[in-house]
Write a protein that binds this ligand. Structure first.
Ligand code: TMP
Ligand code: ZN
Length: 427
């Protein structure tokens, strides 16, 4: 229990965006292990730390927040998550670099700072466009990987204090990036202050987050894990930035990670006009019930339906003598397995392309992680597609598995079985 003693967990009391405290309870999954805490194989996992996992929704600004926040030093200083080495993500990073450059006239030599820069892959795209780059990431091992790639990285959490230091040592930033990191930050107000401080008057902050509307509409409840403190819509982000001398100037919906948005933010004294897309998406949010309790009640219901039907299907397959394995070991897969109460008795192994995960077991379910080559040599009858956000890429890549009679179980937006003939309902 060493980790637990060193890891205070705090209950969320007031909203990190608006300060409100009128919370609608949404889901509660009980004590769950940390989704990226891949373990060494052991005979007993009795000491595995678990923390409460649940979501609430602020009735004032509709921030969806975790009920509890785990100390970020525990979550991120030794971090297993490395940006996926997938075609989808590589293409996406190139797209983001091009989009920012075109839309905001970034010239060669522009200074680009990324918070949560991980192994520096995104910044390398900007460097290849001739820009100066600096990463900020607390994961010490990953900063070393970024350095190998030639991307200078400060091994720290982005904050107002770090922003001041960067400004002093390097000057203001023409572009600040935060891709899939903002939802991991508790003190978003401090980060917004830092952004305002570090941005050039005509600079832009590009923040990419999973889109709460997509999560709600596609029942992506497995994206709930201890690292994802916040689930944002544009309206909630606009409320936050408005409070800190910033304003949302443009937004685009993206298909990555189950549906995301990239929100462009400028200083309130900056030159950028607010694009009509911002108003359109905020209107869409109101139209689809983002501000109504019923929408969140439906998320809880669909999570329950998926959890029970997935567990039922997998147990039935196993009792019929079928072999079931998992495809991908993403963090969200651990929520899916823990909440569905599926473990090593049902799921023989999971394959993953990430070397750091091989030879370990998944947190909570303790299913062993194998290489893709192991999966090829021991193909199961069914692969549960835990990395469903790469469904198109993976199903295309695994044609041979399907042609040989293999099937994929895709858990969201509803449990579906995919064979060589295409998707079907549950058998
Ligand atoms: P992510 O959704 O956070 O990027 O995590 C996806 C995980 O799935 C990551 O551990 C890599 C893994 N993965 C595979 O194992 N095979 C694949 O083909 C792809 C695209 C991802
Ligand atoms: Zn709020």
């Amino acid at each position: 229990m060493e980790l637990e003693e060193a890891a205070p967990v705090q209950e969320v009391v007031s909203c990190r965006v608006c300060g409100g405290s009128d919370w609608q309870p949404v889901v509660s999954f009980g004590p769950v292990p940390l989704a990226n805490n891949f373990l060494e194989a052991a005979t007993s996992y009795a000491d595995e730390p678990r923390f409460p996992l649940g979501v609430i929704s602020c009735r004032a600004c509709r921030l969806m927040s975790l009920t509890h926040v785990v100390d970020p030093d525990v979550l991120y200083r030794k971090y297993f998550y490395v940006t996926s080495d997938s075609r989808t993500i590589t293409d996406h990073m190139r797209y983001v670099a091009g989009l920012c450059k075109e839309q905001f006239d970034l010239s060669e030599g522009a200074f680009v700072v990324e918070m949560g820069s991980n192994t520096g892959e995104q910044l390398a795209e900007f460097r290849d466009l001739g820009m100066r780059t600096l990463g900020v990431d607390p994961a010490r091992d990953l900063a070393a990987l970024a350095a190998e790639r030639g991307v200078e990285t400060l091994p720290d959490f982005f904050s107002a204090a770090i922003a001041r230091r960067i400004k002093k040592e390097y000057g203001t930033a023409q572009l600040l990036l935060g891709r899939h990191v903002f939802a991991h930050i508790d003190d978003v107000a401090d980060v917004a202050v830092g952004v305002r401080e570090l941005l050039d008057p005509a600079g832009v902050f590009a923040v990419e987050v999973p889109y709460a509307v997509d999560m709600l509409e596609r029942s992506e409840f497995d994206t709930i894990y201890h690292e994802h403190l916040s689930y944002f819509g544009v309206g909630t982000l606009a409320e936050l930035f408005d409070r800190h001398g910033l304003r949302v100037i443009d937004v685009q919906r993206l298909s990555v990670h189950g549906g995301s948005i990239i929100v462009f933010v400028g200083r309130d004294d900056g030159p950028w006009q607010v694009h009509p897309r911002v108003h359109e998406l905020r209107k869409l949010e109101a139209d689809v019930g983002f501000y109504e309790d019923g929408t969140y009640e439906r998320l809880a219901e669909s999570a329950e339906t998926i959890r029970t039907s997935l567990a039922e299907l997998v147990r039935k397959l196993v009792s019929d003598g079928k072999r079931v394995a998992g495809y991908g070991a993403p963090a969200k897969g651990n929520t899916m397995l823990c909440v569905s109460e599926l473990g090593a008795n049902e799921i023989e192994f999971v394959t993953d392309t990430t070397a750091q995960k091989h030879g370990r077991v998944l947190p909570g379910s303790h299913v062993p992680v194998r290489t893709p080559e192991y999966g090829k040599a021991n193909p199961p009858d069914y692969y549960l597609l835990l990395a469903w956000n790469y469904a198109d890429e993976i199903i295309e890549k695994e044609r041979a598995f399907l042609e040989a009679g293999g099937r994929f179980i895709v858990p969201v937006p509803e449990v579906t079985v995919v064979s060589a003939e295409g998707p079907g309902r549950m058998p």
